[in-house]
Design a binder for this molecule. Structure first.
Ligand SMILES: Cc1ncc(COP(=O)(O)O)c(C=O)c1O
Length: 396
């Protein structure tokens, strides 16, 4: 069978040791750091054509040579990817930049960008013969795993905090996942999966503890490049929990450069977190490439309640290499952002998405923007998944 993918192997992001992509992989057993997929980019350069990609179906699998699934039959899809870029015209004037766009990930099958990573991880796990998947999650990733596992006919075991938005709990439950509500946050859920996975025969798809969710998130970078006609915006602002999307986009741009598909400057990658949980901002400000565990994490932006990202070094490297920055915003700025953008533009951002708008204003105040900048904000999910927040913002 000829592979639809140009993947060649996976490599440790720390020590550079190679591993087979034809066997089930987790993370580097020596360094305890993430493994990342490597592709034959020479072959991609020689054989892939932008026009051919453009003519393919409108979903993230249009970039199949640069994705790890080898047989089309193993693709587990609900139509994820190819989300719109929505322009905020007055915002550009207000902030003194050229353009402001929202990459609207609310328009994915599970109403959050987690659909991309989990579609990829589930597809690859199916290809490698896995039957049971487990995930510790801040919320949305659990809903996405449940949906894709159902579609693939696999069992899923989802561990989420007991104060997760109710809709997200129900989403996972409805699609047949075994859901456990945990007293605590994602790190406590992670401990439970780690303790039980061997005895239960679960494959752990925790963020970056398997190599392929990253490849799903990478498609956000490929898409932005295609949507900007193989140019790139100057600034991308991303709400960081585990940071997979930010790392994935930075990887996408590096691959496209190597293929000769981009001849523009790379964007400044900007991370935003809540002041209630901002380990990456603190590490960035200290000039470090690793982060400390953030105690007593608390934020309305459920997806940002990640006290220690497994891929923290990769996030911090991407911020540094791109000349980017990390900001923290207050809970009030996040809530104000939801209301402001809803009223001015009709977009119901999730709190994590609203944090990017708050970060953009922080950048303006800090003199970090120029009038030629085109900015992309990531709305990583739908505000409709957070009825408790909507209620708080609309009750008299
Ligand atoms: C809506 C939303 N935005 C952002 C994030 C953070 O994503 P990442 O862990 O890839 O940084 C999450 C994670 O749960 C999320 O659900």
């Amino acid at each position: 069978m000829e592979s639809i993918s140009f993947v060649t192997h996976v490599v440790c992001s720390e020590c550079g040791k190679n591993f087979s992509h034809r066997e089930l992989q987790t993370f580097c057993p020596t360094c305890n750091k993430p493994l990342v997929a490597v592709y034959d980019l020479e072959k991609a350069k020689a054989t892939m054509k932008k026009e051919r990609v453009a003519a393919r179906p409108f979903d993230m699998w249009r970039y199949r040579e640069l994705l790890p699934v080898e047989s089309e039959a193993n693709i587990v899809s609900l139509g994820e990817g190819c989300t719109p870029l929505i322009q905020l015209k007055q915002a550009a004037q207000q902030l003194g930049v050229r353009e402001v766009w929202v990459k609207d990930e609310s328009q994915t099958p599970t109403a959050s960008f987690k659909a991309r990573g989990l579609a990829m991880a589930v597809s690859k796990a199916l290809e490698l013969g896995v039957e049971k998947l487990a995930i510790p999650t801040a919320g949305n990733a659990g809903g996405a795993l449940a949906a894709y596992a159902a579609r693939a006919g696999m069992q899923s075991y989802v561990f989420m905090p007991n104060d997760v938005p109710r809709t997200i709990y129900m989403e996972a439950k409805l699609t047949g996942a075994h859901v456990e509500l945990v007293e605590g946050i994602i790190s406590d859920c992670g401990r439970m999966v780690a303790e039980r996975k061997d005895a239960e025969g679960w494959f752990d798809v925790s963020t970056l503890k398997e190599p392929y969710r990253l490849e799903g998130k990478k498609t956000m970078g490929l898409e932005i490049a295609e949507q900007f006609h193989w140019q790139l915006p100057e600034v991308i602002i991303y709400p960081t929990g585990g940071g997979t999307g930010l790392i994935g986009m930075w990887k996408a741009f590096a691959e496209l450069v190597e293929m000769g598909w981009l001849d523009c400057a790379l964007p400044r990658m900007v991370s935003v977190q809540s002041e209630g949980c901002d380990p990456i901002t603190r590490a960035f400000r200290a000039g470090r490439l690793d982060s400390d565990f953030f105690e007593n994490a608390e934020t309305v932006a459920a997806g940002l309640r990640v006290p220690k990202a497994f891929g923290d070094t990769l996030v911090l490297k991407a911020l540094q290499e791109s000349g980017g920055v990390a900001h923290s915003v207050s809970e009030q700025e996040i809530l104000d952002g939801v209301v402001e953008i809803a009223r001015a533009y009709g977009l119901n951002l999730c709190p994590e998405g609203a944090a990017t708008w708050a970060a953009l204003k922080r950048m303006r105040d800090a003199g970090e923007l120029s009038e030629s900048d085109r900015v992309v904000l990531f709305n990583t999910g739908s505000g409709l998944k957070y009825p408790e927040v909507m209620e708080m913002l609309t009750s008299d």
